[in-house]
Design a binder for this molecule. Structure first.
Ligand code: FAD
Ligand code: SF4
Length: 471
């Protein structure tokens, strides 16, 4: 008889939508054992090839069934240094779970019967953290150790740092912001990734001898050439894609129209949800619209709704997306959670023009209804505007979350660094080396917007090449 998937514990929607505490509570031991027990231990485990860093999923799940949690932790750590993070944010339904034989084939994402690999990974990651196994016993770098500079402290930067530090290489990490973690800190809200998890992982890097230099923009305070001349044997660039795209429609410069990046940075990095205890505020409205269908849009909408509730405003937050729900790139769980929390979805709509009041504040948005056409270059069905279908949506805050582009502060002042038409750094795929010798790159600055584990996968490849070069 088929065993049913073990449901994950979550905080009730009504309760969680009023604060920024973690929504998913995770598996306890009994639940993890039951879920691991559903794994068929396939001869040819397809799930492994679905994971960008090819974690030995079959083995770690088997070790759970044997209650060998430390063993399972070590198996994961062979390929992924940050299981507590990935177990919380990985879009597993498009990756490992989609490849699981229990998932129905031909669907755009994993179906519920697939093993909940990410929840098991989270269980084991948290086990490691709670048993203080997170810091590998790395040799502390000697005063004469080779030094590598890492620019950017997002998933790519920290993954590269971890790989190098555990081999006794001295790593110095430069970060433009005052806090470390990249999107994990300023983008993904604490109700999805509690900050103690991120802090723990960053602390474990510190314990391994990694030196962090925040408030330091490479390309402004110092350039890549200077770092190499100062004696860093290699430089790794994990600059991310931090520059938001805009709609390019009339009225977009009105007040109270935010990029999702600014909105999320104010809320998550600067703790605007604690204002006035925290210094940075964010404007909250009675009718907030979020334009987009990715994780950024879901995060912005869920933060907006929480802020409305916490400020005693009857929540009214709507996501506007130009395709249908199937084409939304966001994690399925995030879409479900957003709906449960009371966010409204208006699908197949394309914004045309913002309107404002006499003081220059946005008041409404005119949209056109769309229908789906044939698939475009992204493989998703293309939205086609229906002429004459105009309608208006009232809004006193609008958040634009339609995509992110390469952060070009460094690349613009480094002409020897080859980039493509999007401003992404071009690398040689095997070693992730750029057009400058001993300068490597990975994460969103290379492939464009991707996932946390994809960024980490690229960084690991670069770290391997850096280590080989040092030998
Ligand atoms: P980033 O995380 O962007 O980090 C780059 C860092 O480099 C930043 O801290 C930046 O300040 C710093 N930097 C840039 N230039 C310089 C410079 N010149 N000098 C010094 N520092 C510099 N992926 C998932 O897998 N699951 C999710 O649930 C998910 N949700 C997301 C939600 C949001 C809101 C966003 C924006 C993205 C989300 N993603 C998610 C995508 C994922 O976060 C990214 O793919 C990932 O963070 C890329 O990692 P990175 O290290 O390349 O870049
Ligand atoms: Fe799946 Fe992500 Fe874990 Fe890989 S890292 S096994 S893709 S949840």
């Amino acid at each position: 008889m088929k065993k049913e998937p073990v449901k994950i514990k979550e905080v009730e929607a009504k309760v969680r939508a009023e604060n920024f505490n973690e929504v998913i509570l995770g598996y306890g031991e009994e639940e993890a054992l039951a879920e691991a027990g559903r794994c068929l231990q396939c001869k040819n485990p397809l799930c492994i090839s679905g994971c960008p860093v090819e974690i030995d999923i079959k083995t770690f799940i088997y070790k759970i069934t044997q209650k060998d949690y430390a063993g399972a932790y070590n198996t994961i750590r062979e390929k992924n240094n940050f299981p507590s993070i990935c177990g919380r944010v990985c879009p597993a339904e498009y990756q490992c779970r989609k490849a699981c034989v229990l998932s129905k084939k031909g669907e755009p994402f994993a179906t519920p019967q697939a093993i909940n690999i990410h929840f098991l990974e989270r269980f084991i990651g948290d086990y490691g953290m709670n048993h203080n196994d997170s810091t590998p016993h790395a040799p502390r770098p000697t005063p004469h150790a080779k030094r590598v500079a890492i620019v950017g402290s997002g998933p790519a930067g920290i993954a590269c740092a971890g790989e190098l530090a555990r081999r006794g290489i001295k790593v110095v990490m430069f970060e433009g912001l005052h806090k470390l973690g990249g999107v994990l800190r300023y983008g993904i809200p604490p109700f999805r990734l509690p900050r103690n998890i991120l802090d723990y992982e960053i602390d474990s890097l510190k314990k391994m001898g990694v030196e962090f230099i925040p408030n330091f923009i490479v390309g402004r305070n110092k350039d890549v050439d200077e770092l190499l001349k100062e004696g860093f044997s290699s430089v790794f660039l994990g600059l991310g894609a931090g520059i938001p795209s805009f709609l390019g429609i009339k009225g977009e410069n009105l007040c109270n129209i935010y990029s999702a990046n600014e909105f999320l940075t104010r809320v998550n990095l600067m703790s605007a949800y604690k204002f006035p205890k925290a210094h940075t505020p964010v404007n909250i409205g009675k009718s907030m619209v979020v334009i987009g269908g990715g994780n950024t849009a879901m995060d912005a909408a869920r933060c907006a709704l929480r802020l409305q509730k916490m400020n005693g405003i009857n929540p009214n937050t709507t996501i506007l997306y130009r395709r249908s729900e199937v084409e939304m790139p966001a994690r399925r769980l995030e879409i479900e959670h957003a709906k449960e929390e009371g966010i409204q979805f208006k699908l197949l709509v394309k914004p045309q023009e913002f309107f404002g009041d006499e003081k220059g504040f946005v008041t409404k948005l005119r949209c056109l209804q769309c229908e789906l056409g044939k698939p475009d270059s992204s493989g998703r069905r293309k939205p086609i505007e229906i002429p004459g279908s105009d309608f208006e949506v009232d809004c006193d805050i609008a958040i634009v979350a339609i995509g992110l582009n390469a952060n070009q502060i460094l690349t613009k002042v480094t002409p020897a660094l080859k980039t493509d038409k999007y401003g992404d750094i071009i690398v040689e795929q095997e070693a992730m080396e750029t057009s400058i010798k001993n300068v490597f790159a990975g994460g969103d600055i290379v492939g464009g917007e991707g996932t946390v584990i994809e960024a980490m996968g690229m960084a690991k490849k670069a770290a391997k090449a850096i280590i080989d070069r040092l030998k």
